[in-house]
Design a protein around this ligand. Structure first.
Ligand SMILES: [Zn+2]
Length: 273
């Protein structure tokens, strides 16, 4: 599935440019301090460089406030972003999720509109330390459905700790050398449990689960606690295929990952859903 979409649209000839077949757009409505605008742009650029579009996307039912009507084909994810007090310095850095959704002809439940909130007590520090785009990318993934539309799409049962989507499971084996199905976080309480890849609670240690470059799972972008650096695994991209998206084929996708500037922290902080 990952290799067919864009190849059919004849855009493999330009490895450095965006895939012409990409139909996925993330439109962020952010009206806060313009200092932070570029971090929102970076995060959206990264995801639209990894996700090409939807497998089907034709609306068969919708929540009342969705930007899409029955019969239309979804293409743009609309996100309202705000900066406001959450819990003071440290702790929870942000939260996000879908507000409106549709079901497409293939039976996938897809977000059409969502919200991201970032703690005003943390955002300047995140920006100055180069981590803001990664935190925004993390929250943006929740709006796209990571950890928020898993049960709706039949790839997760709350409390099970096991993600059962086939595409991500294949990467759990090939990328991380594991067996069974990908482990989902059960610690951290509401907002963290059942919505992230598993790591040691509180980000308190290495998991021993390594990708081919030797990067520990604790540093993956979609675990529950932000790390000293971060990377986006093929497994995370594949998890979006399991909930209705089409992934950009490699190596185009690896260029998108490079767009996310590495970031550094001195202590672990929680990234709530
Ligand atoms: Zn999260």
């Amino acid at each position: 599935m990952r290799t067919s979409f864009c190849a059919l649209l004849l855009c493999m000839s330009t490895l450095a440019g965006p895939c012409l077949g990409n139909t996925f757009v993330i439109q962020v409505n952010y009206s806060g301090d313009p200092t932070y605008q570029s971090a929102f742009d970076d995060a959206a650029t990264m995801w639209t460089g990894l996700i090409a579009g939807y497998q089907n996307g034709v609306v068969t039912s919708r929540t009342f406030g969705s930007s899409y009507n029955i019969g239309q084909t979804v293409g743009t994810l609309f996100i309202d972003a705000s900066v406001a007090p959450i819990d003071g310095v440290g702790g929870v850095l942000g939260s996000a999720g879908p507000d409106q959704r549709i079901t497409d002809q293939a039976g996938f439940v897809l977000a059409t509109d969502g919200t991201m909130n970032f703690d005003s007590a943390d955002i300047l520090n995140l920006f100055n330390s180069g981590r803001l785009s990664a935190v925004i990318a993390h929250e943006m993934a929740h709006v796209m459905g990571f950890g928020t539309l898993w049960t709706n799409n039949g790839v997760y049962v709350n409390g099970s700790g096991e993600f059962t989507g086939a595409a991500a499971t294949a990467k759990w084996h090939s990328e991380f050398g594991q067996t069974g199905t990908p482990n989902v976080e059960l610690g951290g309480g509401p907002g963290t449990a059942n919505g992230h890849w598993d790591e040691v609670d509180g980000g308190g240690g290495s998991t021993g689960i390594l990708d081919p470059l030797g990067r520990d799972m604790r540093l993956e972008l979609m675990t529950g606690w932000i790390g000293s650096t971060s990377f986006v695994s093929e497994m995370t991209v594949a998890s979006f295929v399991d909930i209705g998206f089409v992934a950009v084929p490699e190596p185009l996708s690896s260029l998108a990952i490079l767009a996310l500037v590495p970031y550094f922290v001195t202590r672990r902080q929680r990234v709530a859903r």
